[in-house]
Design a protein around this ligand. Sequence first.
Ligand code: C5P
Length: 205
Amino acid sequence: APLIITIDGPSASGKTSVARRVAERLGIPYVSSGLLYRAVALLGLREGASPEEIEAHLERHHLELRPTPKENRVYLDGEEVSAALHSLEVDRRVSAVAQRPSVRAYVNQVLRQIPPPFVVDGRDMGSVVFPQARHKFYLTAQPEVRARRRVSEREADFRTILGDILRRDAADQKQSAPAPDAVVLDTSRLGLEEVVEAVLEHLRD
Ligand code: C5P
């Protein structure tokens, strides 16, 4: 079977950084599924649509994810919106949008069209979208550790970021259960390269 590696975990668990580095080391693309949910949230914010109204908008707009080994670019109706996907506004809207079954079906269908090999990160990549994946990982870390990692990436202080992370953990709980066959790695005390090495080590087994 073609190579698919899934790396799931809660927000700011490091899954995207790890997926990117592992993919780089293997010389294959990585795919960050959260970007698609973020793009749907951005679409809703731009159109003034509530999460309940988003379905109708999805039918009228075109979303595209272009994975490369170095980065993922997201296009909304042909316009690159990658830089707008990590704002606090999108952070706060995305979970409600991701709860909608039609949004999940839409994102999953976009993901399943991407030709392997690739490393993909998200919440339910190993459990729902790619149950056949050859290798599955689930990264965890204490909320305080995750908030500290995020401080440099957001225009907000530690307390605000920690509060947002805890709220998003709760809101995303439903789709965030690890696949039963995933290797669970607690990264609280590990640096990025140590996590990458741990993942690569498992791939050799
Ligand atoms: O991975 P990231 O934190 O960028 O994902 C943003 C949001 O997208 C999550 O908080 C979650 O609501 C949603 N998401 C999801 N399933 C995925 C990936 C992301 O529900 N596989």
